[in-house]
Design a protein around this ligand. Structure first.
Ligand code: FMN
Length: 165
């Protein structure tokens, strides 16, 4: 089974979760940023797992990322702006027929869901959801992840591998 975990991550939390999910999925899975997950890299994937942070109660928007970029020079916790948004990555994703799952990282009490938005977009592109949108929780605005979240991510990856068989 070819499984690819694709992430948008500005402060590293979603990237860490993506790597843990890929670890749970098995040796043939990999975690790639939206820049690395080119058409070639994801070609023939049986499962795409896509994740992003919840920012401003939603899947990050282009205007939000522009705001982060314009402030980056004086930001004490500068974001990683090296890769495109999950929104734009999904917009260029070729229609497909593989399976899909999605996740987000977030502060536990917030309204909104990036993961549900991602899953809806993957479904609209023809991918078949195999799990409910999943969330992983951080302890502060920029992280770190709550203790146990990486173990939860790894276990969820293993569940997805089972569900894809
Ligand atoms: C500018 C900004 C806005 C945020 N907005 C929300 C939000 O609306 N709801 C929430 O639950 N968490 C919010 N967070 C917390 C992030 O979702 C959390 O830190 C996430 O893990 C970041 O993921 P990343 O490290 O992969 O970029 C926000 C964080 C920042 C820096």
């Amino acid at each position: 089974m070819k499984a690819v975990v694709v992430y948008e991550s500005r402060w590293g939390n979603t990237a860490a979760v993506a790597r843990a999910i890929a670890g749970g999925l098995g040796a043939e899975a990999c975690a790639l940023s939206t820049a690395e997950a080119t058409g070639e890299a994801i070609a023939g994937a049986d499962l795409i797992v896509a994740g992003a942070p919840l920012l401003g109660f939603s899947l990050p928007t282009e205007s939000m990322l522009k705001g982060l970029a314009s402030n980056a020079a004086r930001d004490p916790t500068p974001p990683d702006l090296s890769h495109p948004s999950m929104r734009s990555w999904i917009d260029t994703l070729p229609a497909g027929s593989g399976r899909a799952a999605s996740f987000e990282t977030r502060i536990w009490w917030s309204p909104g869901s990036a993961a549900k938005a991602i899953l809806g977009k993957l479904e609209a592109a023809g991918y078949q959801p195999i799990a409910k949108a999943q969330r992983f929780v951080v302890q502060g605005k920029y992280g770190p992840l709550r203790p146990g979240e990486l173990e939860k991510a790894r276990a969820w990856g293993a569940e997805l591998a089972q569900a894809t068989k």
